[in-house]
Ligand binder design. Structure first.
Ligand SMILES: Cc1cc2nc3c(=O)[nH]c(=O)nc-3n(C[C@H](O)[C@H](O)[C@H](O)COP(=O)(O)OP(=O)(O)OC[C@H]3O[C@@H](n4cnc5c(N)ncnc54)[C@H](O)[C@@H]3O)c2cc1C
Length: 459
């Protein structure tokens, strides 16, 4: 057994890492800068006791049995704590109406002339695109007309009208909205057998999607939502308890002041305000790499991308939600400020509240432009909320520094900082969403799990 590991960052990545490392290290210390662990998987409570999720909501199984047991408990116990969701139901609002079968905007809702022009352009491009920027990629793959009428308004909603869209890299497609719906459902289904059209089009019916999965012998993972009334926070609380029971020392409200190395190894971790350093045989780093570079006194490439502020309106309504099937919904219509809705009673049927969260992305100085009355009005117009419903309680949550506006410079600088750190120190694992290699929860956790096992196997 090795001696001492230090984990920096107490999000789900750091919590999982601490749990795994405690099997091999006598002492593991987890350092978190804020007053609670959990990172983006945390929940807030309103005055009437309803819980809402802050950022990410619905974790999914990773497909690695050992890791899934670590994260969600043994399969036979999962029913006690989790609503296991076999098929996550999503839909989108575009062109003034809902499509509850697909997350992708339907080009058939554009006016006839625009639709026909768009289809003729879309069908003409038959070579895959190698573009690294999202606008030229969509122009090549979907054609100019659909890019201007569907993709451009979505990008403006997510990244702001002030943003130079031509600078956005493919990282801007993080919600996978580079596909659209077009043609008759049967025609689209047939076209999707060709990889070049698969990249352009979404399925229009669940039956087509399932048939494709059966043909490819692929499957979608199980999704999990806690049965507890505390929202996704219950997952963090579950992991935190496991981490504590394993004997990991969790330290919140702590900041790293410096890292001391010898022979390319971090040997001491200094915490602000604490004279005694932590001894370190392995450093697991799930905070932004530039912070480690600063603590090591190594060169940092200044990387200040514009970071989007998320405003989340968490609402507890007097009447049941109109949509009783969708777990979450995209709002791609340019006339609404909202981009995503989460419908809690559909995630957790045990919930006693009629709750939903509506998310908006903006600049920090625009936060006051968005008010409850206007959001309620939009939700009633979209018929997600009953026209006679009132808001019984709510939380307007503002989360700064969520998504970076992804540009080439930002990605290159991130990569430079990551590689400077990775090539300077031998006993470090750089992981988590801040490392910039993965973003989605399951991808982040699988990468961290593999990196730890690889490190321990090599050691
Ligand atoms: C708005 C939003 C929506 C998302 N939706 C989805 C989704 O629908 N599906 C999906 O799969 N993924 C989603 N994600 C991504 C998902 O949230 C991440 O995959 C996940 O949070 C990664 O966990 P993490 O521990 O790496 O990072 P985080 O959750 O960001 O946790 C990092 C932790 O490190 C701490 N920290 C930072 N710096 C320091 C420091 N110097 N010292 C100590 N601690 C530090 C932070 O306080 C935080 O607790 C979303 C992300 C955002 C921003």
């Amino acid at each position: 057994m090795q001696n001492k590991a230090v984990v920096v960052g107490g999000g789900i990545c750091g919590l999982m890492a601490a749990l795994l490392l405690k099997r091999n290290f006598k002492e593991v210390t987890l350092i978190e800068q804020s007053d609670e662990v959990g990172g983006l998987f945390r929940s807030v409570k309103d005055d009437l006791g309803a819980y809402y999720d802050m950022g990410s909501h619905i974790p999914n199984a990773t497909g690695i049995e050992e890791l899934d047991t670590l994260l969600f408990g043994a399969p036979h116990e999962q029913g006690n704590h989790w609503n296991v969701i076999k098929k996550l139901k999503s839909g989108n609002y575009f062109g003034g109406s809902w499509d509850l079968n697909s997350p992708f905007a339907d080009s058939k809702k554009l006016d006839v002339a625009t639709y026909q022009q768009g289809c003729s352009e879309l069908i003409q491009s038959t070579t895959p695109s190698s573009q690294n920027h999202i606008m030229p990629y969509c122009q090549e793959v979907l054609g100019e007309t659909f890019t201007q009428h569907i993709i451009k308004p979505i990008l403006e909603k997510l990244y702001g009208r002030h943003t130079d869209l031509s600078k956005l890299t493919m990282g801007a497609g993080l919600f996978g909205f580079t596909r659209i719906l077009a043609f008759d459902a049967e025609v689209a289904n047939a076209l999707k057998d060709l990889p070049v059209f698969d990249a352009k089009l979404g399925y229009q019916t669940e039956a087509h999607f399932i048939a494709r999965q059966q043909k490819d012998a692929s499957s979608t993972p199980d999704y999990y939502y806690p049965t507890s009334h505390c929202g996704i926070q219950a997952w963090v609380d579950y992991l935190k308890t496991k981490v504590e029971q394993a004997g990991v020392d969790i330290r919140c409200n702590c900041k790293i002041s410096s890292l001391e190395t010898r022979a390319r190894k971090v040997e001491k971790v200094f915490i602000e305000g604490e004279p005694q350093a932590l001894e370190c045989d392995l450093l697991f780093w799930s905070a932004p790499p530039f912070i480690a570079l600063n603590a090591l006194g190594l060169p940092v490439v200044a990387n200040r991308p514009e970071l989007r502020t998320a405003i989340v309106f968490h609402l507890n309504l007097s009447k049941p939600l109109v949509d009783k099937q969708s777990h979450y919904l995209w709002v791609w219509d340019k006339y609404s400020d909202i981009f995503r809705l989460t419908l809690y009673p559909n995630l957790n049927p045990q919930s006693e509240f009629n709750t939903l969260s509506a998310e908006i992305l903006c600049r920090p100085e625009e936060v006051e432009n968005y008010q409850l009355d206007a959001i309620m009005h939009e939700l009633k117009e979209m018929q997600v909320v009953d026209p006679n419903a009132t808001c019984l309680s709510h939380v307007k949550q503002v989360i700064h520094n969520t998504f970076p506006v992804p540009t080439e410079a930002f990605e290159q600088n991130n990569e430079k900082n990551y590689s400077t750190l990775a090539s300077s120190v031998d006993n470090i694992i750089i992981s988590g969403r801040s490392g910039g290699k993965q973003w989605r929860q399951a991808d982040v956790l699988v990468a961290a799990f593999n990196e730890i096992n690889q490190y321990l196997g090599a050691g």
